[in-house]
Design a protein around this ligand. Structure first.
Ligand code: PMP
Length: 417
């Protein structure tokens, strides 16, 4: 480890929780130099819905490289981009989901920044409403709309024009949060001006796997319409099939004005982020939001192949089957371990909330023990007290079961200490 400690910035993070050197990965398995193998319940923080080095996608990427396909291309027209646009239009969009696609690059937060900038330009208002518990990225605009005060410490003074509204979580599950927003907007003395946009996640993933109710999303959409506010859905972590349907908001049958996608969109872990914009809102001037790495050609190839794979497989049904398995396992095998445990989730993102054990020592002891036993799983939520289960969607049932058994063993081992 010495070279990392000697040379790499103190800011490094995941490597601290998974202290091994990895060199190979396939499907849902990762292999380390020390000869250990790990089941992956983290999937590159959600960037690997199709697993590591998916055969079909890999073969498309290899052929492209082999044919000296153009690698870097700014945002020129390329045949790789042409095929991606055609496939995305065919598989993900429809007459109801009619969006223009903006390539932002290269990572999720870049698309969030573009969404905020465009919303402010369209509405000529500075304000943004975000939600408590939200996570949208680490660049200054995205950080300003993220709820975690700890990670905002270094971004002093950048969160002006952002107002955090309560998300239906904890005691606020029984509090009418939409009515609260409505009241704020209608009260001429609320001190909070009408925002350009409201940005939300249908499942707050980093926020601790908090699933928004369908009715809440329907009312949020209606509120935005009634108050002339744009609705932006950040589908970076739970889009691309994570909960079954391609977009997570399809569950509520709503159409956001803008959608932010990244992580698993490229299919192979390549950097790619997209902003989907309702056509009438696409008022950018040419080149007004520019950048060098907005057209990673390998990402186009990977993303097209991933969509082809999605079309030819039964991924949505597969997610439903595994959702049922995870739900049963967690409620029947983990929840009964202690009444301090709460379970939440949907599709293939699940959280085991252990905040009632106090602090995050217990949560960290579980994930550390999992790692020792050969499972990579991360924490999320307030003070890192939620064990977040995020396997590749394509994981086979026996590996999924093995990973779950490790979690159960880690609970018993940690409680026995
Ligand atoms: N939004 C959500 C919902 C996320 O989960 C993330 C990443 N965890 C981001 C935005 C930021 O994406 P990136 O880390 O690629 O900038």
């Amino acid at each position: 480890m010495n070279i990392f400690e000697k040379c790499e910035s103190n800011v490094r993070s995941y490597c601290r929780n998974f202290p091994d050197i990895f060199h190979r990965a396939k499907g849902s398995m990762i292999y380390s130099d020390s000869g250990k193998e790990y089941i992956d319940f983290f999937a590159g923080a959600g960037a690997l819905n199709y697993g590591h080095n998916h055969d079909y996608i890999k073969q498309k990427v290899m052929s492209y490289l082999d044919a000296d396909g153009i690698a870097h291309a700014l945002d020129m027209y390329t045949s790789a981009k042409e095929k991606f646009l055609a496939k995305f239009d065919e598989v993900a969009l429809s007459s109801t989901l009619d969006y223009r696609i903006q390539f932002c690059g290269p990572t999720g937060t870049n698309a969030v920044e573009a969404a905020l900038k465009l919303a402010r330009k369209v509405k000529q208002r500075a304000g943004i409403f975000s939600f408590m518990g939200a996570y949208h990225g680490m660049t200054l605009g995205s950080l300003a709309i993220s709820g975690n005060i700890g990670i905002r410490a270094g971004a002093i003074g950048t969160s002006s024009n952002v107002t955090f509204m309560p998300y239906p979580y904890g005691f606020m599950e029984t509090f009418d949060t939409i009515e609260y927003i409505e009241t704020v907007l209608n009260d001429v003395n609320s001190g909070i001006e009408k925002p350009a946009a409201i940005i939300f996640e249908t499942v707050q993933a980093e926020g601790g796997v908090v699933v928004a109710p369908i009715d809440w999303m329907l009312r949020l959409r209606k509120l935005c319409d009634e108050h002339d506010i744009l609705l932006i859905c950040d589908d970076i972590q739970v889009g691309c099939g994570r909960i079954g349907s391609f977009f997570s908001f399809e569950r509520a049958d709503i159409v956001p004005d803008m959608v932010v996608l990244s992580k698993s969109i490229s299919g192979y872990g390549f950097p790619m982020s997209l902003l989907l914009i309702k056509p009438e809102l696409d008022i950018w001037e040419p080149g007004e939001h520019n950048g060098t790495f907005r057209g990673n050609q390998l990402a186009f190839i990977g993303a097209t192949a991933a969509l082809e794979y999605r079309e030819s497989s039964n991924l949505e049904q597969d997610v439903k089957t595994k959702e049922l398995f995870l739900k049963n396992f967690l409620s029947q095998e983990i929840a009964p371990i202690s009444e301090k445990i709460a379970i939440r989730g949907i599709g293939m993102i699940w959280g085991i909330d252990v905040k009632n054990f106090g602090g995050n020592t217990f949560a960290r002891s579980i994930t550390s023990r999992c790692f020792e036993l050969g499972l990579i799983v991360e924490l999320a939520g307030r003070n890192d007290t939620v064990i977040k289960i995020l396997p590749p969607l394509v994981i086979d049932m026996s590996t999924l079961q093995r990973g779950c058994s490790i979690i159960k063993a880690a609970f018993h081992d940690s409680l026995a200490v």
